[in-house]
Write a protein that binds this ligand. Sequence first.
Ligand SMILES: N[C@@H](CCC(=O)N[C@@H](CS)C(=O)NCC(=O)O)C(=O)O
Length: 395
Amino acid sequence: MGRYLPLALSTLVHTTLISPSTAFGRWSPTTVPSRHIMSLMDSLKPADGSEGNKNKKPRTALDEKSKNGEFTRKDAAWRGTISRKEGAKFPPEDNRYHLYVAHACPWAHRTMLVRALKGLEQTISITVVHPVWQPTKPQDDEHTGWVFGDPSGESFSNNIGLGGPFPAAFPGNEPDPFQGAKSIRELYEFAGDTDGKYSVPLLWDKKTNTIVSNESSEIIRMLNSEFNEFAKDPELDLYPEDDLNQREAIDAVNQWVYATINNGVYRCGFATSQEAYNKAIEELTDSFDRIHEILKKQNFIAGNQLTEADIRLFVTLIRFDEVYAVYFKTNTRSVAGAPSMMEYIRTIYRMKGVAETVNMDQIKAHYYASHPNLNRWSVIPRGPDFIKLLEAADN
Ligand SMILES: N[C@@H](CCC(=O)N[C@@H](CS)C(=O)NCC(=O)O)C(=O)O
């Protein structure tokens, strides 16, 4: 059985008055509905896989684990393609598609970066959700996930009523402009989703009101190649069509960087056994050193020009010292202590439109407050002020 809070604290939890706010399904300090006490107690159980969600289909990344405590990410469910090919279900069109993203999410960040670098801001609209996960249907079940910002709403705590207060909208968090959805989950349900994992990024078709794709690796390819007639920088090709060697190099890098770095940080952070963590941190540390060495010899990770592989690496490295090294226990290394990496991400950070896609406040608020079984009180550490380091003049 799981270890629960000491009695005095758990009594406090039972009697603390917490209730869902009617408008947004958020918890505010007034009353605890009984179903929520159950979900609250669930979230207080140790994340050791010994009980709880094992018979349920994974609904969030925190449930995606194997018997030996390894984090095992499941595949994205919506895999439509925007294509210039004749008769395509989703042809590229100006102002037809919308991206739902979170500043915090590295996978969503990939899509924001490619949109910015290609100059597609006018063609593909965007909504940034609130960084702190909240109950999405508190009347019905215990799922917590992405909700939309409410610039006139009240501040709130994490999903077990602790930490914060967090503003109802961080700068730039807007309500859903199209369906009036309160959560990303509502959009999935509106589109008839049966998978049950409500992730961002979400590429939405405004014309047919449905989801095109929720797989970032595929969305960035579409943004790179299918919208050139609208792009301000159509020349930029992050996965060069006419250079098969370069494509091979990108594919090869993506493979080990995804497994050991992009997903590797999650394999460290969400591991629920020492063995699983040890394996992940060893692989991550080896890859970190490998990247550092490669970047001493060349400007970018798959050669001397910026490619998709850099977009995918950048989003993990920029979160590394502020979040992953602390929260996901990847503290065998630091980006600030690796000069070739520091120079590399500084170069990318200074490219047109890139800095605007990076929001460290929302990145930190999300990670430190959205998984209360990892950080119950949602205390956000001060950190090294990585962005300041990044923006500092070269020395
Ligand atoms: N395969 C997806 C993964 C996306 C993903 O895992 N997004 C996270 C945020 S960083 C999410 O929305 N998770 C929701 C959940 O775990 O409930 C992609 O690369 O697009």
